[in-house]
Design a protein around this ligand. Structure first.
Ligand SMILES: [Zn+2]
Length: 438
């Protein structure tokens, strides 16, 4: 899906346009709050948002504000209206103002259609007595002979139009009317407006809600260790691992994931992508126990190294949690790069790639990184698992010793075949390995 980008403009700066109906209301302050709330609501839809003013008290010309919309799908300037700046209880209709080249209605279909919807939404949310209206406004930009008339309030729309962006100026009823002013003074009401306007904009551009089309990184694993290992073995019969089988490694992903609330199957799919199904062969060597390229920043940089596979898995799970959540870790941090992550900036697998992340950050620089992981995950989930029987508790100490000394190694699936009979030949091999232990 195409990334939608919106430029939000808080109508005025500092303390400007005080209400005659309620002296505590300033249009500039209310619209600053509203534009930040709307930004958060749009971002929750995965819509990318920029704002025109870096600070509330910063003055910027109309022209400069409109120009900032370059590259956006929509420029939206937020205001409350006034009638001659004296109290007027008879006028309370919301307005959507759209730029027009020739002052004729219907010049810009996009702004008119979306503007009309937004005016209706404001009318319904604020409960105004009068219906929302839409106007088009021709901006005479060479009236003063120097290319642009900067004292024309609607000049932001002309400026946005000049960089090819649809512009709408919203008047959220009138701050010269007492009821509307008091309504706009409540933060909860501004939040209602932000939610309603964001939903309208998202729907207009065909953006679905997050839960409809994105995969959370936090949560319960769906795949089994058997499915994960079998998926990998079908693509690489000899995964390179330090003193563990692919089955044991898959189980570590599930156990470590569960300890931090991260989906272990997603982490394993990521490891399959990063290591080429544990063939390695890139900048990271299999002996580093680094399954996700942590610290391997390209051009031969080897990246982080972990003493055991378990620690490598733990670090990867922790690094995913850094992106996917703002909760603290449940285990001691072994991921030395944890502190570099801006917490909670990639809640979804789809957002792990920087170009796909509306927060402009992520795990990897390449396009569609998250989609590649999800393709592997769906491959894992459709794999019929060859399950390996677990090592029984009373055998564990001896089996682990024999494995660590490479006296038993198991078959290519990592199955130690502990319940299978032993031939005299295999017995000789085991004796020989023991005799030659250093
Ligand atoms: Zn205004």
């Amino acid at each position: 899906m195409k990334q939608i980008k919106v430029c939000l403009d808080a109508g005025h700066y500092a303390k400007v346009n005080r209400s005659p109906a309620n002296k505590t209301y300033y249009e500039s302050e209310a619209m600053w709050k509203l534009h930040l709330l709307l930004k958060a609501e749009l971002e929750a839809f995965g819509i990318s948002v920029i704002t025109t003013r870096p600070k509330q008290d910063q003055d910027l010309s109309l022209w400069n504000r409109g120009q900032k919309a370059k590259g956006c799908n929509l420029f939206l300037s937020l205001h409350s209206n006034a009638v001659a700046n004296s109290v007027n209880e008879n006028v309370d209709y919301p307005v959507a103002l759209c730029y027009s080249e020739d002052d004729k209605i219907g010049t810009d279909e996009v702004s008119r259609e979306l503007g009309g919807k937004l005016a209706k939404v404001v009318e319904a949310t604020m409960g105004t007595a009068q219906k929302g209206r839409i106007f088009t406004k021709k901006i005479d930009y060479d009236r003063n002979g120097n290319g642009f008339l900067d004292d024309e309030w609607y000049g932001v729309l002309h400026s946005a139009k000049q960089v090819g962006v649809v512009g709408i100026l919203m008047e959220h009823s009138f701050h010269t009317q007492t009821k509307a002013t008091n309504w706009l003074l409540k933060d909860d009401n501004l939040k209602k407006l932000a939610k309603a306007e964001a939903a309208t904009i998202a729907e207009y551009y065909g953006v679905k809600t997050q839960s409809e089309n994105k995969t959370l990184i936090m949560g319960n694993t769906v795949a089994t260790a058997g499915q994960m290992a079998t998926y990998c073995l079908k693509r690489n019969a000899n995964p390179k691992l330090v003193d563990c089988s692919i089955y044991e490694l898959a189980q570590m992903f599930l156990d470590e994931g569960a300890k931090e609330g991260v989906r272990g199957d997603i982490a394993f799919a990521q490891a399959c992508l990063e290591t080429g199904n544990f063939a390695f062969g890139g900048d990271v060597d299999y002996e580093q126990n680094n399954f996700s390229g942590l610290g391997a920043t390209g051009n031969g940089v080897r990246g982080n190294e972990f003493d055991t596979p378990l620690l490598g898995v733990r670090a990867q799970i922790q690094h995913l949690k850094a992106y996917a959540s703002t909760d603290k870790l449940n285990q001691e941090c072994v991921d030395i790069r944890f502190k570099y992550v801006k917490r909670g900036t990639a809640l979804y697998v789809e957002w792990l790639g920087i170009p796909d992340n509306p927060n402009g950050t992520g795990w990897a620089a390449g396009n569609s990184y998250g989609v590649k992981i999800l393709n592997i995950l769906s491959g894992i989930l459709s794999t019929a698992a060859i399950e390996v029987p677990p090592v029984l508790d009373w055998l564990k100490e001896a089996v682990n010793w024999a494995k660590s000394k490479k006296i038993i190694v198991g078959n290519e699936n990592g199955d130690l075949m502990l319940d299978k009979p032993l031939t005299r030949g295999e017995f000789c091999i085991m004796l020989y390995r023991y005799y030659n232990l250093k």
